[in-house]
Design a protein around this ligand. Structure first.
Ligand code: CA
Length: 348
């Protein structure tokens, strides 16, 4: 009984700052978790089942990567090509481009709906990219969802659960689509606007690797949070490596902050692995972004494959939240990060 009383007292003390009249709870450090491509550690990425499972794991945001079809339908898929997550090579063997790849922009929405989505695989070997995950040859006819379907799914689940899980929408390869005569950034903003996501208070974040498109998003009227994704290799279909090198400099970061509210570099650009691959060093990239008024998010945590230089997922999360003090992280295993944050007292 005495022990129970002590527990209650401690629990009350632990909770009292959050319940107090001051604003300490509001200002408390509560980093956000984004389910990267859904619960993609467990199910084929960017499928409705993967998003539904992700929702149940309790993240703050669920991620959408958006591509566009020949007939201008916005669909959810990571790559602008269909090669590594669908059976396009079997169903449309003659529709590849000269580089040997099948581009979603060359296919209509009805055509893409005939494809089966699988666990991500290497088209050369047919083997899964991450072993030990969902079977590539499961025989289940997973489909490519549209952006609109996914927004409806999340809003529907928010209604039925009473929760408020946000969307974290990436416009894929805007420069490539521009060359194809398509304005993917404008189309995504229009769709998000239709579903009530285009406002500073909406539970939505727009994310882009292309700095010109980040500026363009503001010019096209995007009012919500906007994340500048940064990585040394830049975009896949546009050579903008020099731009990304510049985005890592103090001058680049200051320029980004005129448009973006979130600076989102790859994790290993902030916790840089040592040359021998053992250990890492945290640099001042996140601090520089914060001094420029931006939040800092990063990607991508996996429970089964720690970042380079790290021995474990736990060590990486400790560094992410206790050292770099990330405001948000993408994870293929969002439930594990949610659980970690609970355990560390960083989540209600
Ligand atoms: Ca993404």
């Amino acid at each position: 009984m005495k022990k129970y009383f002590l527990f209650c007292l401690l629990a009350t003390l632990a909770w009292s700052p959050a319940m107090g009249a001051d604003n300490s709870a509001k200002d408390a450090y509560k980093p956000a978790v984004a389910a990267h491509r859904g619960a993609s550690g467990y199910l084929p990425e960017h499928t409705i089942p993967a998003k539904t499972m992700a929702y149940a794991l309790g993240p703050d945001f669920i991620e959408q990567d958006v591509i566009m079809t020949k007939d201008n339908v916005l669909m959810i898929m990571h790559d602008p090509q269909l090669d590594t997550t669908t059976d396009v090579a079997k169903k449309f063997p003659n529709r590849k481009r000269d580089d040997g790849k099948y581009y979603a922009v060359d296919f209509t929405y009805p055509e893409i709906m005939t494809l089966t989505v699988t666990e991500r695989f290497d088209p050369k070997t047919g083997k899964a990219v991450f072993s030990g995950r969902f079977p590539v040859d499961s025989g289940i006819d997973f489909k490519v969802p549209t952006l609109e379907e996914e927004l409806k799914l999340i809003q529907g689940l928010n209604k039925s659960t009473g929760k408020d899980v946000g969307v974290y929408v990436e416009v894929k390869e805007p420069a490539f689509y521009k060359r194809e005569g398509k304005d993917i950034t404008g189309a995504v903003i229009e769709m998000l606007d239709k579903y009530g996501y285009n406002s500073p208070n909406a539970n939505s974040i727009l994310q882009i690797f292309d700095f010109d498109a980040v500026k363009d998003a503001r010019a096209k009227g995007w009012k919500g949070d906007l994340a500048m994704l940064v990585t040394r290799s830049g975009q896949h279909l546009t050579d903008d490596k020099a731009v990304h090198e510049w985005l890592l400099t103090p001058e680049g970061i200051a320029e980004v902050s005129k448009y973006a509210t979130i600076y989102a570099p790859w994790f290993s650009l902030m916790a840089v692995p040592n040359a021998d691959g053992k250990g890492y060093k945290v640099n001042d990239l996140a601090e520089t972004a914060r001094k420029n008024g931006m939040k800092v998010h990063s990607w991508t945590h996996r429970s089964d494959s720690p970042f380079k230089g790290f021995d474990s997922s736990k060590q990486a999360l400790d560094t992410a939240f206790k050292e770099i003090r990330l405001d948000g992280i993408f994870s293929d295993f969002p439930g594990d990060v949610v659980q970690y944050l609970h355990q560390e007292g960083l989540r209600d």
